[in-house]
Design a protein around this ligand. Structure first.
Ligand code: AMP
Ligand code: MG
Length: 397
């Protein structure tokens, strides 16, 4: 992959990263309306597309290598766009290797265990990407803002003291360090929404019939605790952004920009892992050749013994596997095989490029469709606004 893209992505996400050890005041340090140098949504689409493409490529390698796993943690207040971000960011990946887990109010069984138990149960395995829609961080957010949640957890007295949050930060940091040390990369995203944008999105959910299902009066009531949440977020970012699992604060007032940021941070994590397809050893290659001979011998009458023979790279063409014979006949045979292999490799490369190009075009179509959908939605809002005159300002999201 071009170093240039790597560098661009790394530079792009740098302002979003919470420097480990720094003291964060969310409202002061991170602007929910930030959009880097992108003025309009369409300027950012190419970057988003590239991020999704990178993820497609790296996820395939991550799965094949089967050594590292990735845990993506997404936290946010209601209406910040968690679900949409997950949908967009993962649009290019193979669903076999990606799992999304949403954490709600804990069940009776979950509350009967230590508070990290349910999150441990749903961790990704090696080769997999796991996404936590809400996560163990709820244990220092909603549980902190509403202490009755802590009461429900039936902790012994010695675990309930005034330092309970400090202890939880320590537990979480230690747990994440253990995971990181054992091959699991943790990507933590906080979607940072402004209070005014949340108000507008709630109104949109109320005013547009198709969106009513998303609205709950309890969510709106939660706005009463806005400053408590801001404080809990700030402390969480200060205490748990570590070298092994740093936080990224994603500006969430522009949904399209939030999606670009989230996919860039995840792509960057995959680039850092840099997973590779496993190499076939010389021995395994020999075994393949032997099996090939057997399969060819089983061809029914009239059928080609091996329809892919022309694309195959003969073992003799692999320099590290080539027998060190110097006979003229052997050399000639090897040269011929090498030429054939080169041709086949070129044809394969061309085919790969053709498929990639087709994928890219298909991806672009999907993006265009999303754009069209968003525009349609925006127009609906505008119409309803004009008709009802009730929805204020920028409801087009
Ligand atoms: P939603 O994501 O809108 O489906 O809502 C899930 C709800 O579960 C939110 O109101 C969260 O605050 C709540 N929730 C998630 N984790 C916990 C937890 N550990 N303790 C209490 N409530 C939680
Ligand atoms: Mg909700």
């Amino acid at each position: 992959m071009a170093d240039d893209t790597q560098r661009r992505i790394a530079e792009f996400i740098e302002p979003l990263r919470v420097t480990p050890g720094s003291k964060v005041t969310l409202a002061k340090d991170f602007d929910p309306g930030y959009k880097a140098d992108f003025v309009k949504k369409k300027d950012g689409l190419e970057f988003l597309q590239r991020g999704v493409e990178l993820m497609t490529e790296y996820q395939a390698r991550l799965a094949a290598q089967d050594t590292y796993g990735v845990l993506v943690v997404i936290q946010a207040l209601d209406a910040a766009g968690k679900d949409g971000t997950i949908r967009h960011v993962m649009s290019g990946v193979n669903p076999q290797g990606v799992f999304v887990h949403s954490f709600k109010v804990p069940s009776a069984e979950e509350i009967n265990h230590d508070y990290l138990w349910r999150y441990t149960r749903d961790l990704p395995g090696r080769g997999e990407i796991g996404i936590f829609n809400r996560s163990h961080y709820e244990e220092v957010l909603v549980v902190r803002v509403h202490p009755e949640n802590l009461t429900r957890q039936r902790l012994p007295k010695e675990a309930r003291g005034r330092d309970v949050w400090k202890r939880r930060y320590r537990d979480i940091n230690d747990w994440e360090r253990h995971l990181a040390d054992n091959g699991f990369k943790i990507v933590k995203l906080l979607l940072n929404l402004s209070q005014e944008e949340q108000r507008i999105r709630f109104l949109r959910r109320i005013d547009l019939p198709d969106h009513n299902w998303k609205f709950s009066a309890a969510d709106a009531h939660e706005r009463t605790y806005w400053s408590d949440y801001q404080k809990a977020f700030s402390e969480m970012l200060t205490a748990t952004s570590t070298e092994w699992a740093p936080w990224y604060v994603i500006p969430a007032d522009h949904k399209w920009f939030a999606r670009i940021c989230a996919s860039a941070v995840i792509a960057n994590a995959l680039i850092e892992i840099d997973p590779h397809f496993p190499r076939v050893t010389a021995e395994a290659h020999k075994a393949l050749e032997a099996t090939k001979v057997e399969l060819e011998a089983q061809a029914p009458k009239g059928a080609a013994p091996d329809p892919f023979a022309s694309a195959a790279v003969p073992a003799a063409a692999e320099p590290r596997d080539a027998p060190q014979k110097t006979g003229k006949k052997t050399r000639k045979k090897a040269a011929k095989a090498a030429k054939k292999a080169k041709k086949a490799a070129e044809a394969e490369k061309k085919e790969r490029e053709r498929v990639e190009q087709a994928d890219r075009l298909a991806g672009r179509e999907t993006e265009k469709e999303t754009l069209r959908e968003d525009e349609r939605e925006a127009r609906t809002v505008e119409r309803e606004t004009e008709a009802g005159g009730e929805v204020a300002g920028k409801g087009a999201h």
